[in-house]
Every structure is written in C-alpha cells, then in structure tokens.
Design a protein around this ligand. Sequence first.
Ligand SMILES: [Fe+2]
Length: 385
Amino acid sequence: MSESTSLVVNLLPKNIRQSSAIGAEIQLAPGMPILNVEELTRKDEDTLRQALLKNQVVIIKQKGIDPTVLPKLAKIFDSNATDIHSAGENAVSNPRNILSAYKTGRIPRAPQVGIVGSGRFQDYEGIKELEVVHLVGFSGWWHMDTPFYERLPGEVTILHSIRMPNMPDQKIKFPDGEEKQIAAGATAFFSGARAFEILTPEEQEFALNTTVTYAPQAYEYIRQCKASEDGLTIPRFGREVPVEKRSDWAWDKVAEHPMVWRNPLNPDRPFLQFHGCCVYKLTTRDPHTGAITVLDNVEEVRKVVYNMQRKIYTARNIYAHRWEEGGLVVFHNRGVMHSITGQLLKHKEDDDKRRLLWQCTMTSTKPPKPFRDYEGVNDSGYARV
Ligand SMILES: [Fe+2]
C-alpha cells in the first residue's frame, strides 16, 4: 500500500474559527472527485485522524456520496465502532422517548445512517412517506450523540447535507451582549477541550475528580422539560417524568462517565464532556484524602455543571457550520458538544425550507476514559451496582 497522501488540510479562516479551536477543511486528491474510502492510503487515513483530533470538526466538500460509505469512513476514526447506530438498531419509535418526536428514519441500504431534518419527503431512499421534524427552539439542546443508556457514545458522527433550507441568516444573541450571524439550520459546536481550558483552576480540579451519573432513561426523564435559552441546562425543576412512567431500566445500563475525558486521538488535552440536561448525580473524590462527596439532588447537580459549561457559550467560542448541499462533516463526538439551530418547524409545509441530512453515528465498544486516573474512578461507561 502506498504511503503517500494527497489530501490537503486547510484550517478554516481565523474569522470563522475565532477562539473555538474548531474547524478544518479537507481537499481530496485531484483524481478522487468523490471520497472513496477503499482508495485511501494509510497515510491518508492518518491525515484524516490528525485533522480531526486537532480541529474536532472536519469538512469534506462533495456531492453524490453513497450512504454505505459513511460507516466505512467513521471506522477510520473509531476502530471500536460497531455497526449499530447510537440510537439503536431501529429508529426510535417509543413515544416515551424524546427522540421519537424527531421522527428520524433510517436508510434501508445503510441502517447505520439516520435521516434527520425538517419536512415531508416522498419516495426517498426507498421510503415511501418520510416526515422529519426539527423540534428545537432557537438554540437546540447541546448534546453528544449518545442515549446515555445501554449504548456508549461513538468517537465520531458524520453528517452529510442533502438539502438545506433557503432562508436568510439568523442571529444568536449571547448573554454578554455579543451577537453571531449564522446560517439558517446551521449545526453549532463547541470544543470540550476549550470548555475545560477556560475553567478556573479550582473548577478544573473539581471536574478532574468528578464522575457524572446520568438519569435512568435520561431522555425519557427530561422529555417534558424545557431547556434554557442557551440550550445547556433545564432551568426549572419539576416536570421530570417519574420513574414508574419511564420504560424499564437497570442501573447497570445507566451511563456514568468521568466529567473530563482523555481522548485517544488527543491524549494530552483534557475534554470537559457532559450533557447538562441529562445529569443526575455527581461523585467527587478528594485525591489527597480519598474522601468521596456525592451530590444527588438533581436540581443542584444541574446548577453545578451549568455554572461550569455556560462559560463556553460566547460568540467566539462557538463554531456554527454553514451547510452547503453535498457537504460532509465529520465531528469528534467525544470532543465536542453540538446543537442544531434555527426555527424550521413552523416552515415544515414550505417546500423551499425543507432540510435533510444523513447522520451516521455508531455505538463504540470502548467507554470514554477519565483524563485523570485514580482509584475508584468509573471508566466502565455504566453506573456501578
Ligand atoms: Fe446530534
């Protein structure tokens, strides 16, 4: 196998990256108009991995890619990826689960690839009637692609835009008064490494010593809750679905992850990675005394984690990807949080404003590792019972 690479990596311009530490574009070799995974050399694969670990989001411009290529491409970044979509082998249809409301479909010839977006489509990829729903308000829920139950997060997610709404740009207003102009239907990202970097030394120390337990059936638990305007937390407690109204669950399937992750793709940078709406319990171990502190009042837990993560929510720290039809985006699911943006739901009958994306995210067999290894840290991926 040839060891040369003809892929070119260009960082996104400074005025777009700002201080997000996110974003690079890959130019394919002149002889490869469409990404052909089989033709990539080992050096090419390494170039792709390096570009992702340094920039968290990589963009490959192209049209006409086959959906079956997406899972193969994902495995270049995650050798432990299974062929199972993070949301399960079939699309979520259980009405108890918040994700079912998005009415996502799956591509029959590539079941690892989901179809997400907004609007009604006929005879699409062998699906007679497809309706996808863009649920969120102006700023969606920041999340990683993982259910926090039963399945572990994949290392990467790949998105491919098929159709984007024809709408004017929108503006996000930030708490500090700054504004950011973004494309309608943009996907927004912030880096977990950047989120860690801007914490105070005390907060960093706390985060490094803390394990996050997620709510049992996390998305069912919060399905009636409303996210804060910034999409990072649930400001009002009280609408959580009681345990007897959630699907059956077991503690050994409940997600439990370190608050700060060590990424094999980028082992020297600590990544602050948690979903501020799905959290349930924090367990902190004092590294000097070994004393364990447990915070299990959900309202308090949300406040503690929100106070840390909200610092990243500024115009300069967020990268909002402006989709072009045919664009392919690979993002480091274990290194960023992401959110859909825009108010598309009210336009779902408007042909010109429909949106369609493919999404390939596969459960990994390896749990996220803690940045700081210490006795008693949970790195199994699931709550200990
Ligand atoms: Fe997502």
